[in-house]
Design a protein around this ligand. Structure first.
Ligand SMILES: C[S@@+](CC[C@H](N)C(=O)[O-])C[C@H]1O[C@@H](n2cnc3c(N)ncnc32)[C@H](O)[C@@H]1O
Length: 236
């Protein structure tokens, strides 16, 4: 099944992902600075890190004074998140296509979901759950692969469809087949606005200068065409 393939890929990738995540250019100098810019408060703020991977976001958020809970579908990623953050934070295995039954209503100020929504065919339940666990006026910050980038990269002929796609990743030290879903822009916006949020920022990011020193070719490409897209939404 599609989901099992995604989990197997991340279980296989978890050790090298954890080893490289601090400085991997697309994460450290493109996704993270642009996502973190959309979070306005950290100190004493309760943040849910949805699909937390090896806990690098959690590490940064806790250094900035936030109280972080994180989950991920990959047990190995969760083990890395716990190890990286020692006794800080609360991390558990969870598949965000299922309800977050272990979390009470209105318990978080912010939910961050970085580079993971494209593993879900249908975003609605996850967004509904993010809405439920957020306090009134709470903030949801999501980063995803840019729908226009994916449309071109996967050579789609059906822009308006949500399509299962597959890519070979080589950037984490081993070659991995990664499955995900590409979707049109509207399918990134509508599940958010029709489930109780208004979008107050949509960012087509640029890489920060450090990216250029590590990967000049992609730095140039990302200054000409976006690879990711960042959305900040507020609970109505
Ligand atoms: C590209 S990584 C991003 C990790 C982390 N957010 C970061 O930016 O460093 C995507 C993560 O999504 C997780 N993931 C994929 N499908 C998921 C699901 N249905 N529920 C929870 N996590 C999922 C993967 O296991 C992986 O750790």
């Amino acid at each position: 099944m599609f989901k099992e393939k995604i989990v197997a890929a991340y279980e296989d990738l978890a050790d090298s992902y954890n080893a490289l995540i601090d400085h991997k250019p697309h994460n450290a100098y493109y996704d993270r600075p642009n996502t973190l810019k959309l979070i306005s408060e950290f100190k004493g703020i309760h943040i849910l890190d949805a699909a937390c991977g090896p806990g690098k976001y959690a590490e940064i958020l806790m250094e900035m004074g936030a109280i972080v809970t994180g989950f991920d579908i990959s047990p190995k990623m969760v083990a890395h998140a716990k190890e990286r953050n020692k006794n800080l934070g609360n991390f558990f295995v969870h598949d965000m296509t299922h309800p977050l039954d272990m979390i009470t209503d209105s318990s978080f100020d912010t939910v961050v979901c970085a580079l993971a929504m494209h593993y879900l065919e249908d975003w609605n339940l996850a967004i509904q759950e993010f809405h439920r666990v957020l306090k009134p006026n709470g903030t949801l910050v999501v980063s995803v692969e840019h729908p226009f980038f994916e449309y071109l990269y996967f050579k789609s002929k059906k822009y308006f469809d949500v399509e299962p796609v597959k890519a070979t990743w080589g950037g984490f030290g081993k070659r991995i087949k990664m499955h995900s879903y590409r979707r049109p822009l509207n399918e990134c916006i509508q599940p958010i606005t029709s489930n109780g949020f208004y979008i107050d920022q949509l960012v087509e990011p640029k890489p920060v200068p450090e990216f250029e020193k590590r990967d000049p070719r992609h730095f140039k490409e990302l200054n000409e065409f976006p690879g990711f897209m960042h959305i900040r939404a507020i609970k109505r």
